[in-house]
Write a protein that binds this ligand. Structure first.
Ligand code: SF4
Length: 190
């Protein structure tokens, strides 16, 4: 079994999500407040023109579009894998979202996952990623990617797989406020 970045994001929201959803197989019926918006509004002509402009601005020397990448633990589809002038790779992800002055943890986690997949599949190094907020006039935000970030998502992936493969009932999230509106609050021991 391989995981998607969403598996990791769910676990980071609360490890018990992993247990309820993938061990007990209780589906979530309510709106997912953690879910990554793929926002594939990519048929917008203005956005298409903007993509070339953004790549020029970044000094992209090579690009691979819409890449489905896998490794032993993870799988994911990256909107763009860019080779930069310094020889490093960078994932770029389009979000059908507005820029709200901060890059959400979920988006960061997704980029770190992509960084891991890119390094495993293409070799070389990833030191940064980019998010384009298509609802804020295609604002592009750079997100640094440190070795520790990639190591963290590797650890999280191992933890998720451990819960699923050994049917472990994990610890609850430290953030009790998340329990208030949680889909699973009626069956969770909290
Ligand atoms: S009720 Fe709280 S501890 Fe239980 S799954 Fe939901 S967020 Fe996690």
């Amino acid at each position: 079994m391989t995981l998607t970045p969403s598996h990791l994001i769910e676990y980071l929201y609360c490890p018990r999500f992993t247990y309820f959803e993938y061990v007990l197989r209780v589906p979530q019926y309510e709106a997912d407040n953690y879910q990554v918006m793929r926002g594939r509004a990519l048929h917008d002509d203005r956005l298409e023109q903007n993509k070339n402009y953004l790549r020029r601005r970044l000094g992209v020397v090579d690009k691979q579009l819409d890449q489905y990448l896998t490794n032993d633990l993870l799988r994911g589809r990256v909107d763009e894998v860019l080779k930069l002038a310094d020889g490093t790779w960078a994932p770029l992800d389009y979000k059908f979202a507005e820029w709200k002055d901060t890059v959400y943890e979920t988006y960061r986690t997704q980029l770190y996952c992509y960084a891991w997949l890119i390094e495993d599949n293409l070799g070389g190094e990833v030191k940064r990623g980019f998010i384009v907020y298509t609802r804020s006039r295609n604002k592009m935000v750079e997100v640094p990617v440190a070795r520790a970030n990639i190591d963290d998502v590797k650890r999280v992936a191992a933890a998720v797989l451990d819960i699923i493969s050994r049917n472990v009932y994990p610890k609850a999230t430290r953030y009790k406020s998340r329990c208030v509106t949680c889909t699973y609050r009626k069956i969770c021991t909290q």
